[in-house]
Design a protein around this ligand. Structure first.
Ligand code: M6R
Length: 595
């Protein structure tokens, strides 16, 4: 969701190709518009429009842009429709300051009215422009940039990071408030970005900013200041050693397929991390002793919370409330106190809904832990202990490997709290490998028939219920078909009326739930529907279902986890057959930093 990149060089040079490449590296976050600005002497060259990076960059010839400083921004529309005028970066009234933001200025409308009343030139509806004018007002009053940004920070409500620069200067300035911001120190240049992958090809020396910090970038040095009192602080750069190959497709047609295939490997990694994590005993003790425990997340991460709650009850006898992050505040906050504990779950660690719930919970004294893939994200920095998912970069918008590692983490914690034999985890990665290898051809064979429909259901029961919801989300997200996930036993309470000849209904079946699932299957098939069972070899499923996707035999808990893999594959093959790009589904963003 939105991404900014900025660079400061020693001398004027061609910056276009650097900006285009940086923008390409930010595309995985999701976007609808792209822009670039370069500053040289007293001139700002600004080019931008709605559209894909390569198309807009080619149309406006970004490649020829030159300057001593450059900014590029990818926008995902919140304030103002995707259009040229709403694209970022934005100019101030006189056109001698340029800036761009990532995030959400929630008092954007009021601020724009104020600017217009004060006679500033407001050209768009976009809140990135609001950040520029918010600084411009104070520059016009004679403040220096640091002071102007500090004052603007007091005016701008919401969570954002922005970068800004002016003509006849040699610096860029940036501030972080709730959105990611990382600075790179290179040989003869400095740069900044919303995230690390966009910087790593340029330099491995980075400084991560905290909220409430302003950074000034010259070509050969940076300076950090605190917003609260303007004081100067020192922070040495850290050296990043991670491989960039993780962000390449590695021979797969799409990141999603690569990430599905990476699941066994990252499962091994997360189990290794969990075994050696010194925070795990404290987290488990807190959960055991807590008055009430909540698992909190959104989308796919919420489905992992649902699975976690099933595992904690089944394996450790501990009741947990799984809750969608935005519902946490209205439904549970009045009941929250210091005896309660919560695990906040997020791939990105930047999801605004999750961060808002976290803040509210902490204000009520709840003990908070997090589970996230992006280490150093706002979420992991905001809780008393965090559990890394160890997945490396997940580029594809549909979450796959981070989901299975979230589920594995919950399963591991529940098994450990319940004093279960942890040896069951030893062959989990191999079972996942087998599941991918064995179900891939079965799924491919079935996909064309299912793909003929634009409506389908995905049902599960017990531990497979969250997997059914997750499978349905994947199918909706990338095939654009309507797919509803639900508890298999609920189907007869209404949706059964949708069944017509051949209507597809997917059933994820745990080994202990087969009799109940078989009932559901028959309710569908006797009305002409097509029931597709996903489960370990079982003569009852085989005899009753119209089709069977066979999983390797495993324990009930692991069987649920395995069941989501063919659903991921099915959604992938259906999306590709429909001609859609599964990595970048329309209207969606990898990281949702807005309410
Ligand atoms: O980064 P998060 O896990 O907090 O993101 C939450 C959801 O936006 C995310 O899981 C979304 O539902 C996925 N794109 C689904 O594949």
């Amino acid at each position: 969701m939105c991404g900014i990149f900025g660079i400061v060089t020693k001398n004027e040079q061609t910056l276009g190709p650097i900006l285009i490449d940086a923008a390409r590296r930010l595309t995985y976050r999701g976007y609808d518009s792209v822009g670039a600005a370069t500053i040289s002497g007293s001139h700002i060259d600004l080019r931008k429009d709605a559209g894909r990076v390569d198309d807009v960059a080619a149309k406006y010839n970004f490649a020829e842009m030159s300057g001593q400083r450059g900014i590029t921004q990818l926008r995902w529309a919140t304030f103002g429709a995707p259009s040229q005028v709403n694209s970022q970066p934005h100019l101030d009234s006189d056109g001698d300051i340029v800036g761009a933001h990532n995030g959400n200025v929630v008092n954007n409308v009021e601020m724009r009215e104020l600017f217009m009343a004060e006679g500033l030139t407001v050209r768009s509806q976009n809140d990135g422009e609001t950040c520029v004018h918010a600084v411009e007002r104070y520059i016009n009053q004679g403040k220096d940039f640091i002071e102007a940004i500090r004052l603007a920070y007091g005016d701008l409500q919401g969570d954002y990071a922005f970068v800004i620069g002016r003509i006849n200067d040699d610096k860029l300035y940036a501030i972080k408030k709730g959105s990611g911001l990382v600075v790179g120190i290179g040989d003869g240049f400095t740069c900044l970005s919303s995230d690390l992958p966009s910087i790593l090809p340029l330099t491995r020396e980075v400084i991560r900013l905290n909220d409430g910090e302003i950074i000034t970038l010259w070509a050969d040095r940076v300076e950090l200041h605190l917003v609260k009192d303007g004081s100067r602080i020192e922070r040495a750069p850290e050296t990043i050693v991670e491989e960039m190959s993780a962000v390449q497709k590695g021979g797969y047609a799409h990141f999603m397929l690569k990430e599905i295939h990476e699941q066994p490997e990252v499962a091994r990694e997360v189990l290794h991390l969990l075994e050696n994590n010194t925070d795990v005993p404290r987290i488990l003790e807190t959960i055991r002793d807590a008055r009430q425990v909540y698992f909190i997340g959104c989308g796919t991460s919420y489905h992992a919370c649902l699975a976690g709650a099933v595992y904690f009850a089944q394996l450790a006898g501990k009741a947990v409330i799984p809750v969608l992050a935005p519902q946490f505040i209205p439904q549970y906050l009045p009941a929250i106190g210091s005896k309660d504990a919560g695990i906040f779950v997020s791939q990105s660690g930047e999801t605004k809904d999750v961060l808002s719930a976290l803040q509210a919970a902490q204000e009520k004294g709840m003990t908070t832990f997090s589970m996230a893939n992006v280490i150093g994200s706002t979420l992991t920095r905001g809780t008393s202990a965090w559990l890394p998912l160890g997945c490396g970069y997940e580029i594809s918008v549909p979450a796959t490997k981070t989901f299975t590692n979230q589920v594995i983490t919950f399963l591991y914690l529940a098994a450990r709290l319940g004093g279960r034999d942890l040896a069951q985890f030893d062959n989990l990665p191999e079972l996942m490998e087998k599941t991918i290898a064995e179900t891939d051809p079965q799924v491919r064979a079935l996909a064309p028939a299912i793909n003929a429909w634009n409506d389908l259901y995905c049902l599960g029961y017990g531990a497979t219920y969250p997997m059914a919801l997750e499978g349905a989300l994947k199918l909706k997200e990338i095939t654009y078909a309507h797919c509803e996930g639900m508890l298999s036993t609920e189907f007869k309470h209404g949706p059964l009326s949708a069944i017509t000849d051949g209507f597809p209904v997917l059933f994820a079946a745990g080994p202990e739930d087969v009799p109940l699932i078989v009932s559901g299957i028959n309710e569908v098939t006797c009305r002409g529907g097509r029931a597709i069972a996903i489960g370990a070899p079982d003569s009852r499923l085989a005899a009753n279902a119209s089709d069977m996707i066979t999983l390797p035999a495993s324990s009930p808990e692991v069987a649920a986890l395995l069941a989501v893999i063919p659903l991921q594959l099915l959604s992938y093959y259906m999306a590709v057959a429909r001609g859609f790009d599964p990595d970048f589904p329309r209207n969606l963003s990898k990281t949702l930093t807005v309410d």
